[in-house]
Design a protein around this ligand. Sequence first.
Ligand SMILES: *[C@@H]1O[C@H](CO)[C@@H](O)[C@H](O)[C@H]1NC(C)=O
Ligand SMILES: *[C@@H]1O[C@H](CO)[C@@H](O)[C@H](O)[C@H]1NC(C)=O
Ligand SMILES: *[C@@H]1O[C@H](CO)[C@@H](O)[C@H](O)[C@H]1NC(C)=O
Ligand SMILES: *[C@@H]1O[C@H](CO)[C@@H](O)[C@H](O)[C@H]1NC(C)=O
Ligand SMILES: *[C@@H]1O[C@H](CO)[C@@H](O)[C@H](O)[C@H]1NC(C)=O
Ligand SMILES: *[C@@H]1O[C@H](CO)[C@@H](O)[C@H](O)[C@H]1NC(C)=O
Ligand SMILES: *[C@@H]1O[C@H](CO)[C@@H](O)[C@H](O)[C@H]1NC(C)=O
Ligand SMILES: *[C@@H]1O[C@H](CO)[C@@H](O)[C@H](O)[C@H]1NC(C)=O
Length: 799
Amino acid sequence: MGTLFLIFLLSLAIHSPPSSSTSDSLSLSRGSSLSVEKPEDVLVSADGVFTAGFHQVGNNSFCFAIWFTEPSSSDHYQNRTIVWMANRDQPVNGKRSKLSLLQNGNLILSDAGQSNVWATTTTSLSPVHLTLQNSGNLVLQKSDHFVLWQSFEFPTDTLLPHQPLTRNTILVSMRSQSNFSSGFYKLFFDNDNLLRLLYDGLQTSSVYWFEPWLAGQDAGRSTDNSSRIAVLDSLGNFTSSDKYTLMAADYGAKSQRRLTVDSDGNVRLYSRKKPGDKWAVSGQVISDPCKIHGVCGVNSVCSYDPGHGRKCSCIPGYSLINHTDWNYGCEPQYNYTCTKGESTFFKLSKLEFFGYDYGYFTNYTYEDCENLCLKLCNCKGFQYSRIPGRPTYSCYPKTVLLNGYRSPSFFGDLYLRVPKNHLLSYQKPQEEYRLNCIGTVVGLDRNYVKTSVTGSVKFLLWFACGVGGFEIICILLVLGLLRGTRPNSNEDMQGYVLAATGFKRFSYGELKKATRGFSEEIGRGAGGIVYKGVLADQRVAAIKMLNGADPGEAEFLGEANTIGKLNHMHLIEMWGFCSEGKHRLLVYEYMEHGSLAQNLSSNVLDWEKRFEIAVGTAKGLAYLHEECLEWVLHCDVKPQNILLDSNYQPKVADFGLSKLFNRGGLKNSSFSRIRGTRGYIAPEWVYNLPITSKVDVYSYGIVVLEMVTGKNPTIGVDAIDGEQRRLIMWVREKVNGTTDIASRMGEIIDPSFEGNYDVKKMEILLEVALHCVEEDKDARPTMSQVVETLLQLEKDESQ
Ligand SMILES: *[C@@H]1O[C@H](CO)[C@@H](O)[C@H](O)[C@H]1NC(C)=O
Ligand SMILES: *[C@@H]1O[C@H](CO)[C@@H](O)[C@H](O)[C@H]1NC(C)=O
Ligand SMILES: *[C@@H]1O[C@H](CO)[C@@H](O)[C@H](O)[C@H]1NC(C)=O
Ligand SMILES: *[C@@H]1O[C@H](CO)[C@@H](O)[C@H](O)[C@H]1NC(C)=O
Ligand SMILES: *[C@@H]1O[C@H](CO)[C@@H](O)[C@H](O)[C@H]1NC(C)=O
Ligand SMILES: *[C@@H]1O[C@H](CO)[C@@H](O)[C@H](O)[C@H]1NC(C)=O
Ligand SMILES: *[C@@H]1O[C@H](CO)[C@@H](O)[C@H](O)[C@H]1NC(C)=O
Ligand SMILES: *[C@@H]1O[C@H](CO)[C@@H](O)[C@H](O)[C@H]1NC(C)=O
């Protein structure tokens, strides 16, 4: 009995830690303070989710911060996720520093009992108290609830659900993953009401999102709404008054979410189910990390590949300034002089540097451009590039070499100015340095596969076996691998499914009724038959009945859920599914105009629509391939899987044969030999080479060739070396040996246009397509580079 009582007393002590002069850990009242020397001096929100207190940021240095409370077993300061800081740029001493609420209503942070480093500068005659609300908002208010000050109005790098970003606030990244002081990346509302990301570096600053050369409306934004407010809701939808939205891939009820401007310049949505879990990335603003300005500093080049992440390398003849911090960039190993005879140029192909042009000179010969650069003392080199579809070259002398990246889709080269007597030493291979993606990044949390995934499949996350040509085989494979990974209880599963709003579990009866007994068939594939139906809420749906095998319910639900969470305007939207007895059905939005395949044969698509379809499809695929989130391969890109809505806008359907790579875990190969559709499959499948996202790029290239030429690559195909190669070869022969593709366009282009088309746009489509169907996968561009190339043309037109 005595022992029990002691335990009772002890547990009381643990649950209400003594705090210096505060009344309890829920609020701080006038005249009391929190001391840096007492770790138990913290404020905790009523529901326990957030804690505010002193957080150690370095040797003997502390900041007053708010963080997500972790379970006591893992509560170590290095494990905390900080959401706000009072004094990030001016840490205080570990001795005698205090956060005090003065009698006059001012809340101050004093350093070592001496100077004040931070204050709310509030005053009040009546009593005030400081509380940490359940939302994570630290609020200083009077007893009548009047708010004098609140941390939500002074964010640092993170927005919590319902915390608005306004015209008066700005998010600033951390300096690095381990240094909490203000970094270089800023998310803010610009004067034209648009939300932007700015790199504000040591020597330079530039906006890098959205694409600086796009007008707001071209980026899908609106300047009209001057309210300038952006909020993350608790379900995972981040929306801004300029019409930007970023939706979490795991949209729905999750217990914890946040939006953070990371120290690598990307803005990411994070979520996790419970304290102590790792955070999963459920969305990010920038998909091509090399597009973030300043990543590598001056005179260096960023390159990215999904398997290894982001890398920086100094341009030839330059060396790294600070080996621990890339932001300092690289410096020249040799001095060049301004004297004309003493410098020459060294070509770096397909290399682009953004910004810092001395000017923009069209229709320049190479010699003109070289002479221009030589005349300018601060010219570090020049970009000599051709706008796709145009015969003439333009010249961009560069005064600073910043934001460099190598892009196979870039139609130009950089000529670096080098001292003549050192030219030879520039041919040495460059050193490469790896940058890591943000350390906390883990793959998206998968409800069903998570903790219990066993060794043999640890590196694999499977995806989307529900639909498409060979999915049943795939499901069987997954089933084989995932045995024993069923969720703990059926209830868990139901709850999870229901939590994902807008995504519904249908009964077989409902779908039978919706399709009037599966009467109207609208499509058929190896995986199943698609029926048209009208749901109870009057939405018209396409309902796919999977036939063949019977995947286990848990696995089916897990996969269906994942597909349901992928959300993009150019991906088909899944509304729900049915899993009842042996029935497995998927419910999609219905696309009025059917598939691209149907429309190509009926000649309703003019060149303009085809161009837009090419752009939209590329955007949808680029989203699937996005880094850091989940790397999804489609593996069956073909006109039958590109559906058209009432405005002929494309949506990619049937993410069949796909899988997810756990980031960095897998060297993109050990995938069983499953192939897409004849006529569209990449050579890697045939030659047993590693399968990467470039297989989709290849298939996309064939689809675009088909759209441009009107010729079907599958007709007459037997096996692999058939018509498909011949379509490519036919086009290549037409194009080869001419620098002026425009003159040959007439012979290549779909005769149904009857000469009615924009030569430049069709030419660039053709160039992009040929680039995509290179035999060597490394020579092909990525989907986001394709998007960029196509959009570049539009930018160019609007100039
Ligand atoms: C922190 O201080 C201790 C003791 O003074 C020292 O040994 C250690 O190297 C310091 N750590 C850093 C990162 O400066
Ligand atoms: C962080 O938390 C994990 C458990 O989630 C724990 O194993 C680890 O020791 C903690 N790290 C530190 C530095 O305490
Ligand atoms: C963090 O970065 C700032 C700015 O570069 C620097 O002054 C400070 O010393 C760094 N702090 C730590 C703990 O490294
Ligand atoms: C997310 O927010 C946008 C803008 O308010 C809205 O159009 C969209 O429907 C929302 N998505 C969901 C699933 O609520
Ligand atoms: C402007 O945006 C805000 C927030 O998104 C919205 O509530 C408001 O209705 C919008 N105003 C107009 C005029 O569209
Ligand atoms: C390199 O950068 C780090 C972090 O910003 C800094 O602490 C260090 O002093 C720098 N080293 C040199 C040689 O400039
Ligand atoms: C470049 O010139 C500066 C000043 O003239 C000199 O200090 C420096 O050592 C030179 N660097 C090299 C690599 O020659
Ligand atoms: C480019 O310049 C050359 C010679 O200066 C001229 O003949 C040609 O017409 C120009 N081309 C264009 C497209 O302006």
